[in-house]
Design a protein around this ligand. Structure first.
Ligand code: ARG
Length: 459
């Protein structure tokens, strides 16, 4: 038989495969609450504007609450023949309240309906991402506060570069996540215009009030162009691109945690709650959560590319291609929230190995730059000459198999006669980090100032 919602002009129903490729109910049922909220706002507006009677609107609004409780209670029977969440809800409403249900779709189309539902869903996920990021930032701040003055190697090219502090390294991620926060907030503010009332694409001849439905659904205003309102998926793409950048940050940190928890580094120990064992090698403590965070990011990037690709060739206004937006965003959102929560749990629970960090901080001639800077300050050498002298001292130490502080004053003076015993003060890693007091530098005093600032920002 033909479709009860749109079958008027059809003699036969769709082929089973047509139905299979067309149906979105398998996944868009996740937007049931948003669909019902949108319909309830629409019904209230239809009554306020005199387009439907108060009693019909009241029956619709009440009936929709029953539908919602059936869905939430798990007793609702979703039908593939009814394609999507919109028609499933409306068909059930008809079973429940009869004739008034048919008046709900006045001055509306599934095109503005789905855009509204999906926007409401994505808006909630923007909020969830914001809270998830804030929770992770708090976990990082906790680590930074505990170890604001713990020395560790700073790396460039993954080669030891200069000593930094544990707190400084943690706070670098706080900065990155702070930009993620601001991107999600920015995207949320931009997306908050209501498509409802754009109808199929051209607006409607009914005297609707789009400001009223926009306000009821927490939108700042109605979208100003009905064609754009039903054709726009920028909000989903912005969610995915904000999510991609945030996920990239999580993946970089995950990569560091994998390296740091190895037996060769021993910089951190994950708690038992955040480690896994091997079924064959009893000694193993694997950082699986970090590895999975690093891997899940691929799905988020994939979703971003997939939806960009879906959208890029579509003429205005709505095309059914756009039904492919949801699964990508659902999957990306689920995995971003999981990755944020796992990272926050892992970071909150991990223990930095302070002695191992300190030992590594002094290795690899990490204070060579301090030595060169000292030659500039104490002996007034041009930096390029100081760099050269220091390079010779590093080569000398390397040849002797020792680090810079272990060279004797005689060794040093053989390379440059002006060097005095005062040089040894700058070769220690604690002095090195304490000296880097420039704004944003690694000195504990600077790191603590940034911790204080972020704690105020996060409240
Ligand atoms: N299930 C559809 C979607 O997800 C709803 C909109 C359908 N509109 C239409 N004119 N067929 O996009």
């Amino acid at each position: 038989s033909s479709n009860q919602m749109w079958g008027g002009r059809f003699a036969a129903g769709p082929d089973a495969i047509m139905e299979a490729i067309n149906a979105s109910i398998g996944y868009d049922q996740r937007m049931a609450a948003q669909d019902i909220a949108g319909s309830r706002a629409h019904a209230a507006m239809l009554a306020a504007t005199g387009i439907v009677s108060d009693s019909d609107a009241a029956a619709i609004r009440e009936g929709l609450l029953t539908v919602l409780s059936e869905i939430e209670g798990g007793t609702f029977e979703f039908s593939t023949a009814l394609e999507d969440i919109h028609m499933n809800v409306e068909a059930r409403l008809k079973d429940l309240i009869g004739e008034p249900a048919g008046r709900l779709h006045t001055a509306r189309s599934r095109n503005d309906q789905v855009a509204t539902d999906f926007k409401l869903w994505v808006r909630d996920q923007m909020d969830a991402a914001i809270s998830g990021i804030e929770a992770l930032m708090r976990a990082l701040l906790g680590q930074a506060e505990a170890g604001a003055d713990w020395v560790m190697p700073g790396f460039t090219h993954l080669q030891v570069a200069q000593p930094v502090t544990w707190g400084h390294h943690m706070m670098a991620y706080v900065e990155m996540l702070g930009r993620d926060l601001s991107r999600f907030r920015d995207a949320r503010a931009r997306m908050n215009e209501s498509p409802l009332g754009a109808a199929a694409l051209a607006g409607t001849s009914f005297p609707i009030n789009r400001h009223m439905t926009a306000e009821a659904l927490g939108f700042d205003r109605p979208a100003a162009n009905s064609l754009d309102a039903v054709a726009d998926r920028d909000f989903a793409l912005e969610f995915l691109s904000c999510a991609s950048i945030c996920a990239m940050h999580l993946s970089r940190f995950a990569e560091e945690l994998v390296i740091w928890s190895s037996a060769q580094f021993r910089f951190v120990k994950m708690s038992d709650k955040w480690s896994t064992g091997s079924s064959i090698m009893p000694q193993k403590r694997n950082p699986d959560a970090a590895e999975l965070i690093r891997a899940k990011i691929g799905r988020i990037f994939g979703a971003n590319v997939a939806l960009m690709t879906v959208m890029k060739g579509l003429p205005l206004a709505y095309s059914k291609d756009m039904q492919e937006d949801k699964e990508q965003v659902f999957d990306a959102a689920d995995n971003l929230m999981l990755a944020l929560a796992a990272m926050a749990g892992m970071v909150g629970d991990m223990t930095a190995n302070r002695p191992a960090l300190a030992e590594a901080a002094g290795s690899g001639f990490s204070t060579a730059t301090d030595l060169a800077d000292w030659l500039v300050r104490a002996l007034n050498l041009p930096f390029r000459d100081a760099h050269h002298v220091t390079g010779s001292l590093v080569a000398l130490a390397e040849g002797k198999g020792c680090d810079l502080p272990e060279l004797s004053l005689d060794d040093m003076q053989a390379v440059h006669a002006g060097i005095t015993a005062a040089v040894f003060d700058v070769l220690g890693v604690d002095n090195s980090v304490a000296s880097r007091v420039s704004y944003g530098g690694t000195a504990p005093v600077q790191v603590r100032a940034q911790i204080t600032r972020w704690k105020e920002v996060l409240g």
